[in-house]
Design a protein around this ligand. Structure first.
Ligand code: NAD
Length: 269
C-alpha cells in the first residue's frame, strides 16, 4: 500500500496476537517498526527470541527495527518510548495503540483495583501514547497517524466485562475527539474494531467445541485472524485513507449487524 514505506511506526503490545501481526504487516509494507514489549520475568527468554525473530523479519523487508520495552499503564514508560522512537529512528510518524487486557467478574463484585487495571492499560494508556505521539507530530510538522485497536465492544455491551466495555466505548470518543482536535494539523486518528479473533487473549479459540459455539453466533461463521486486523490497520495508515479520520472500521464477520435478524423472527413468521 502506498504511503507507508519508510515511515516510523510504533506498535504497542507488539509481541502477541493482533499487535504482532500489525508489526509484521508494517514491515512488509516497508516501514521501520518500533516493537513495544513488556519485561515479563517468567518469559524473558521467549520474549527475547520472539523479538529477535520479529527484528530480523523487519530487516529482511528492508526496514529498521527498534524493540522498545515499556508498560503502557506507566506514563514515564510511554514518554520514554516515544522519545526513543523519535530519536533513534529520526521521527515518530504512526502510532498503533494495540496493547490491551481484559478481566471478567460480575459487575457488582469487580474490585476498584481490577477496574483500574483495565482502564489504565486500554484507555488511559492509549490516551497517553496518543498524547505523546501528537507532541512529536506537532514538533515534526508533517502531520501524523494514530490507529486505535478498539473492539466490537466499543458498541456492544459485554456483561461481566464492564471495565473492558467502558475502555473500548471510551476509545471511540477518544478517537473522534482527537481526530477533530488535530485534523487542521494533518493528524488523522482512526480505530479498528475487531470481532472475535483467534489470539492468546481468547483461550477458547483453541477448544474446538467452544470455538464452534462462538462461531455459530457470527454471521460469517468463523472467527477473524490477526492478519485480517493488520490489513485494515495498514489500509487506515496508507495513502488509500488520506481523507478518513475519526472513524472506527469494524472487522467482525458481521457480528455488529444484529445477527439475530438472519432468522425471520422479526417479521413474525
Ligand atoms: P493478546 O493478549 O494476544 O495481546 C495483547 C498484547 O498487549 C500483548 O502483547 C501484551 O503483552 C500487551 N500488553 C498488555 N498489557 C500491556 C501493558 N501494560 N503495556 C504494554 N503492553 C501490554 O491479545 P490480542 O487479542 O492480540 O489483543 C490486542 C488488542 O486487540 C487489544 O487491545 C484487544 O482489546 C483488542 N481486541 C482483541 C480481540 C480478540 O478477539 N482477540 C477482539 C477485539 C479487540
Amino acid at each position: 500500500m502506498e504511503g507507508i514505506k519508510g515511515k516510523n511506526v510504533l506498535v504497542t503490545g507488539a509481541t502477541s496476537g493482533i499487535g504482532q501481526a500489525i508489526a509484521a504487516r508494517f514491515a512488509v509494507e516497508g516501514a521501520n517498526v518500533a516493537i513495544n514489549y513488556r519485561n515479563d520475568p517468567d518469559k524473558v527468554k521467549d520474549t527475547q527470541e520472539l523479538i529477535e525473530q520479529m527484528c530480523s523479519q523487519v530487516r529482511g523487508c528492508g526496514g529498521k527495527e527498534l524493540p522498545v520495552e515499556g508498560d503502557v499503564s506507566e506514563e514515564k514508560d510511554i514518554i520514554r518510548m516515544c522519545e526513543e522512537v523519535a530519536s533513534k529512528l529520526g521521527s515518530l510518524d504512526i502510532l498503533v495503540n494495540n496493547a490491551g487486557i481484559q478481566m471478567s467478574a460480575p459487575s457488582h463484585e469487580l474490585t476498584a483495583a481490577d477496574f483500574d487495571k483495565v482502564i489504565n492499560v486500554n484507555l488511559r494508556g492509549a490516551y497517553l501514547c496518543a498524547r505523546e505521539a501528537i507532541k512529536h507530530f506537532l514538533k515534526q510538522g508533517q502531520g501524523g497517524i494514530i490507529i486505535n485497536v478498539s473492539s466490537v465492544h466499543e458498541i456492544i455491551p459485554r456483561p461481566t466485562y464492564v471495565s473492558y466495555s467502558i475502555s473500548k466505548g471510551g476509545m471511540e470518543n477518544m478517537t473522534k475527539t482527537l481526530a477533530l482536535e488535530y485534523a487542521p494539523q494533518g493528524i488523522r486518528v482512526n480505530a479498528i474494531a475487531p470481532g472475535a479473533t483467534a489470539t492468546p487473549i481468547n483461550k477458547w479459540t483453541e477448544d474446538r467445541q467452544k470455538r464452534e459455539e462462538v462461531e455459530s453466533h457470527i454471521p460469517m461463521r468463523r472467527v477473524g485472524t490477526s492478519e485480517e486486523m493488520a490489513a485494515a490497520t495498514a489500509f487506515l495508515a496508507s495513502d488509500e485513507a488520506t481523507y478518513i479520520t475519526g472513524q472506527t472500521l469494524f472487522i467482525d464477520g458481521g457480528l455488529t449487524l444484529y445477527a439475530d435478524f438472519l432468522e425471520p423472527w422479526s417479521a413474525g413468521e
